[in-house]
Design a protein around this ligand. Structure first.
Ligand code: GCB
Length: 588
């Protein structure tokens, strides 16, 4: 038997050499304001349910004229079907709708010769969930985590002339992943955010973190390469200073008082950093978020979060988002009267926080530590911690982001507590300036908020579905009375399904009328609880999910205030809008 046929027969460990987690937060480079070469567009594509590609090493077969081919490989990466990048394969063909497994993406990359000392990096905005990168047959690395960006240095691998870039993307849900097998959102697959190539000098800026610190501003810079100083400029504040780099890192403390960023006045400053000829540029806002007792303060002013939760989901594009889609989302949130969005349940596209910075919205960002993941597994913990680091390093210059959330409705076991405490430590080490939260638990026997994790976070997120999963509204009143939290509580979810179509019932569960009633009752009860510092009901738009298949759901979670067409508003929209208008009047 030919070599490749033998490889197909053995099942053990065919993927072990490629299952490193070597593309991670430490290999990220900072890309704001950099010009890259986009690699979006058509890529050759093939789904590979049996992982034949890894067994036969499809990536090692470089293009050959047909008559020169000596082995009958089962796929030719250089011919055949193409798909656009970014995209989710489920949205492209009906036969791929429920496909879970590996898929191969291949494209040519034509590169100019690189001048001495120059470097190149490939950045993939997101690939769901596991992505192996090959260039010209060489394996460069693997990334886990479906919603954060990753980079790989390709200085050596990319040759002058034509190169072949291949990605093997696998979206199989497994017990050890984050999230694991069971979620309440759709398991899309593919390279669904932008891919680009960046060229830098021998020093590359890997990280920049600008924020208020004490009475002034602090800017941290992290580089890789020989440069020994970095130059930091905030022209509008008259700042143009050099900072010495030790081990590639430097910090500048500036005794300046910038105009503060807030939803009412989202002031942003241009920030540039240069080191060894490398340069980045970002727009940053400065603001202070704090909690004292059960209160929240933004720039010293009491804060109530008028929020809405939102998934990254689109009826036709799946998890693939666009500028237009993101701007519509914020326009709808503005109409609703929001100053806050919960970007559930995983890191959304990075443009979301950039637009929120510009428009003046506060954000809760989170990682998919969702329900019962494998808390006792060290590999799962490494994966979760890495996703958190990647999210924070990507978005920590966004003034809009005030909360990092480390989990959602996780069972209160010892293993979970240990795992989640680890996440809070990672978050505080990466970014001591923001508040931490998680959707915590209620003890339904005692009818009170009770979760050991609460002691380790700043804001207790509470998902409660009185009027929907829980029938007795009186119990919500009792929870309100019995809980005596020592820190702010945000109702991170509440809501009810409402089918707005001709299939929807007139009355009762799944009717839009019932959904409206639930909102009315929730608002009536919650607005009486003194420690509630905000709400982000579930959810702005209906979203696709495999598990919901009754006659009203038909493959969608229909708790949206707006239908999945992102146009049709349900009556509950106005109820929440009315509450937020009253809240705004109270503040004024
Ligand atoms: C929850 C989950 C959310 C679900 C929602 C629901 O508690 O956090 O992901 O989609 O309930 O609709 O059941």
């Amino acid at each position: 038997l030919a070599d490749n046929a033998l490889q197909c027969l053995h099942d053990e460990d065919y993927d072990r050499p490629y299952n490193l987690q070597n593309l991670n937060a430490d290999t990220l480079i900072f890309t704001s304001g950099r010009d890259g070469v986009s690699l979006d567009g058509d890529w050759n594509f093939c789904v590979d349910l049996l992982d034949t590609g890894l067994r036969q090493k499809w990536f090692s077969m470089l293009p050959q004229a047909h008559e020169d081919k000596t082995e009958p490989w089962d796929y030719d990466p250089y011919e055949g079907e193409t798909v656009p990048v970014p995209s989710c394969w489920q949205m492209l063909k009906e036969k791929w709708y429920f496909f879970e497994g590996s898929a191969w993406y291949t494209r040519a990359v034509d590169a100019e010769p690189l001048a001495a000392g120059r470097r190149r990096f490939l950045r993939i905005g997101a690939a769901q969930y596991d992505c192996k990168v090959f260039i010209n047959g060489q394996f460069l690395g693997n990334h886990y985590g479906g919603s954060t960006p990753f980079c790989v240095e390709v200085t050596e691998a990319l040759q002058p002339g034509r190169n072949w870039l291949m990605l093997c993307v696998n979206n199989t849900r497994t017990l050890d992943r984050v999230p694991m097998r069971n979620t309440d959102w759709f398991n899309y697959g593919g390279v669904y955010r932008e891919v680009a190539l960046y060229e830098t000098p021998s020093t590359v800026i890997k990280g920049v973190f600008a924020r208020l610190d004490g009475e002034g501003i602090a800017v941290d810079v992290e580089t890789d390469g020989p440069a020994s100083v970095a130059r930091i400029r905030l022209p509008e504040l008259g700042i143009d200073q050099e900072v010495v780099l030790a081990g590639g890192k430097g910090r500048l403390d500036l005794a300046v008082r910038p105009e503060l960023w807030s939803p009412e006045s989202p002031k942003l400053y241009k920030l540039t950093v240069e080191a060894g000829g490398d340069a980045i540029c970002d727009k940053v806002g400065f603001r202070r978020i704090e909690r004292r007792g059960t209160d929240l303060f933004l720039n010293g002013e009491p804060l109530f979060l008028r929020g809405i939760s939102v998934h990254e989901d689109d009826e036709t594009k799946g998890k693939c988002t666009s500028e237009e889609d993101l701007r519509r989302r914020f326009a709808d949130a503005r109409d609703l009267g929001c100053n806050f969005l919960r970007l559930a349940h995983y890191p959304h596209h990075e443009r979301a926080a950039e637009i929120a910075d510009e428009l003046g919205f506060l954000l809760w960002e989170e990682i998919p530590v969702y329900w019962a993941i494998d808390f006792a597994n060290p590999a799962t913990r490494r994966d979760a911690e890495n996703q958190l680091r990647e999210l924070i390093r990507r978005d920590r210059n966004r003034a809009s982001v005030i909360i990092w959330s480390v989990g959602n409705e996780n069972p209160d076991t010892d293993a979970r507590l240990e795992f989640m405490r680890g996440l809070t430590e990672v978050a505080r080490a990466e970014d001591p300036t923001r508040l931490l939260s998680a959707a915590c638990l209620v003890n339904h026997a005692k009818l009170k908020i009770e979760d050991r994790l609460a002691a380790h976070i700043d804001i207790i997120g509470l998902n409660e579905y009185y009027g929907w999963y829980e029938e007795e509204f009186e119990e919500l009143v009792a929870i309100g009375r019995n809980s005596n939290p020592d820190r702010p509580v945000v109702i991170s979810e509440t809501g009810a399904d409402g089918d707005h179509t001709q299939h929807g019932p007139e009355k009762g569960l799944f009717s839009i009328d019932y959904q409206r009633e639930v909102y009315e009752k929730q608002i009536e009860i919650l607005s009486r609880l003194s420690y509630i510092r905000g709400i982000s009901p579930w959810i702005l738009y209906d979203f696709r999910v495999e598990r919901r298949q009754n006659v009203f759901q038909r493959g969608f979670n229909r708790k949206g205030l707006i239908a999945a067409d992102k146009r049709t508003r349900k009556p509950a929209f106005e109820v929440l809008q009315g509450f937020y208008e009253a809240q705004k009047r109270e503040v004024e």
